[in-house]
Design a protein around this ligand. Structure first.
Ligand code: NAD
Length: 280
């Protein structure tokens, strides 16, 4: 008989919709079992309009922590008691802890991304960075890059519904991290993009381009790569995007998005338990 779940077992949970295909319960339960911790992790299908009740449940049932996924990340940030500096800057959170009834929201996508670079011996401190994207993943990475000491962040995005958000984030970063210069350009400004890439250290794709069904797309012309350039993608499906394959061919250090996914899980687990996640 299963002995792991008993009367004393503490609950961690994921809130969002849909959640039935989420890999989080399997990942965290395996890690709890590895450390013989008396916790379990479940997923609850909750939409934005259910978040107030979800927070009542978190408090009533003393849910110890967990995650928020689409479409609940912004609503959750309004309902927590405290926000981490990064979560405050983008007004969204994807992870939380509940310590003696005080619920703190965090955003760990950016932490996972930067940790994955560090695993590949790449530091963002004092670096000049070009990043494509202004959606959820890109914004959390941009904030983390600034908090971790990047010197310049040059954002390129099409003039779609996300563009204005990038301009707002530029203001927020400039106030919070005055040592970091942020620019925002239309992706259509290809000459400016080529110039920025020529003088930058790291290029990051934080858009959906390169992901299935856009796997034939890369936002970087291969003639722009230079040998000192580090190229990183957030996309992990396919594991090696067109951008990553072309960067490798040009002799650049190229880092795919799967490690970000794993490191984000590790960052969450550390928040929950203070322990290192087993990543195999
Ligand atoms: P989002 O919907 O919030 O943002 C989409 C972004 O793509 C926006 O910046 C948008 O302007 C851009 N975009 C859309 N069409 C474009 C086009 N034709 N040309 C250039 N840019 C275009 O999405 P998100 O949640 O931020 O996810 C973005 C990517 O990050 C996805 O590929 C996702 O798989 C990846 N991601 C990876 C991880 C990880 O752990 N590795 C975590 C989160 C997201």
């Amino acid at each position: 008989m299963e002995k792991r779940i008993q009367g004393s077992t503490g609950l961690y949970a994921l809130f969002g919709s849909p959640v039935e295909h989420s890999g989080s319960p399997a990942m965290y339960n395996k890690a709890f079992a590895h450390y013989e911790m008396d916790y379990t992790y479940l997923a609850f299908d909750v939409k934005e309009d259910g978040m107030e009740k979800a927070f009542e449940a978190i408090r009533l049932l003393n849910i110890k922590g967990g995650n928020f996924t689409t479409p609940c990340k912004v609503a959750a940030a309004r309902l927590v008691d405290r926000l981490s500096p990064a979560a405050q800057m983008i007004c969204a959170c994807n992870a939380f802890t509940n310590e003696d009834g005080v619920i703190t929201g965090y955003i760990t996508d950016g932490i996972g991304f930067v940790q994955n670079l560090e695993k590949h011996d790449v530091s963002v401190k004092d670096q000049k960075i070009v990043i494509f994207g202004a959606g959820g993943a890109a914004a959390s990475i941009q904030v983390q890059l600034a908090l971790d000491g990047a010197k310049e962040i040059h954002i390129f995005n099409p003039k779609d519904k996300f563009y204005e958000r990038a301009e707002q984030l530029k203001e927020t970063i400039s106030k919070t991290c005055p040592g970091c210069t942020v620019t925002v350009n239309d992706l259509a400004e290809q000459a400016v993009l080529a110039e920025r890439i020529a003088s930058c250290d790291i290029v990051i794709n934080g858009t959906i381009m390169g992901m299935v069904p856009f796997e034939d797309v890369s936002l970087v012309d291969p003639s722009w790569f230079h040998k000192e350039l580090v190229v990183a993608d957030t996309v992990y499906n396919p594991e090696k995007t067109k951008l990553i394959l072309e960067a490798e061919r040009a002799g650049c250090k190229a880092i795919g998005g799967k490690g970000m996914l794993l490191q984000q899980g590790a960052a969450n687990f550390k928040l929950f338990t203070g322990k290192e996640m087993i990543l195999d």
